[in-house]
Design a protein around this ligand. Structure first.
Ligand code: ZN
Length: 248
């Protein structure tokens, strides 16, 4: 860049675009504004996540918005922080906006305790984990609880098989990828973790879900933190460990 003016113009245009989108999102019932924010901040990065409007405004929405607006703001903020951690291999964005991240996390924990909808609750758990920033695979973990299935790889070092793990209304089993939805495919029952012996992250999420009145989510988590059997080689493995391994 040989002159400052093109960059300055771009910054002004970006600020204007961000301001408009964030105001529309904060106003509620504007799915297109949220979709554009996800596209431009998260998916293609055409807007700068480190812009001083982004995390502070999302924190304002999480604090003061209605439940839907707050949930959307928390989901996006958490995802942006984890993406920044992974993309830059530093936690600069978290440090730079530490007070806003603290506000976002406080809001996520408040909304978590009052949300009745199962999927909204799951996404608030995901936001809590993303805002804490201790693991980067919360999205993949929670995705399976919401969609009631995981697509995983057998942990065999030779890459034995891809498989589906089904957790929900269709049952609790693993099956070879291509046949997960066929009636005649061979299925292998999952081994849920015993809630009394769960440890670490599984223990914590299970207890949060029970405390918050989401027994069904707590039960699903005993499976996510339990074991599955590979349909090809018969090896039993930890589902959560494979979720974490896949997202590395
Ligand atoms: Zn296998």
């Amino acid at each position: 860049m040989t002159t400052n003016s093109p960059g300055a113009r771009t910054d002004d245009a970006d600020s204007g675009r961000l301001k408009v989108l964030l105001e529309r999102a904060a106003g509620g019932r504007d799915d297109q504004a949220w979709s554009d924010l996800w596209t431009e901040l998260y998916h293609n990065g055409s807007l700068d996540v480190a812009h001083p409007l982004v995390l502070p405004t999302l924190a304002d929405m999480a604090d003061a918005g209605n439940a839907d607006t707050a949930a959307s703001a928390l989901h996006l903020a958490g995802a942006l922080l984890v993406q920044a951690d992974q993309r830059h291999e530093t936690r600069n964005l978290r440090h730079r906006y530490a007070p806003d991240v603290t506000r976002l996390l406080g809001a996520a924990n408040r909304w978590r305790q009052t949300t009745a909808d199962r999927n909204d609750y799951c996404h608030l758990l995901e936001a809590v984990l993303n805002l804490e920033g201790d693991i980067h695979w919360a999205e993949d973990l929670i995705w399976g609880v919401v969609s009631e299935e995981y697509e995983l790889e057998c942990p065999d070092p030779d890459g034995c098989a891809s498989l589906w793990v089904i957790i929900g209304e269709r049952g609790f089993f693993s099956a070879v990828e291509d046949h997960a939805r066929c009636d005649d495919t061979e299925t292998f029952p999952l081994q849920p973790a015993d809630p009394r012996t769960l440890q670490g992250l599984g223990r914590r999420l299970h207890d949060l879900a029970l405390t918050d009145g989401h027994d069904d989510v707590a039960r699903a988590l005993t499976y996510a933190f339990g074991e599955a059997t590979c349909p090809e080689c018969g090896q039993r493995f930890s589902i959560a460990e494979q979720i974490a391994a896949r997202s590395n």
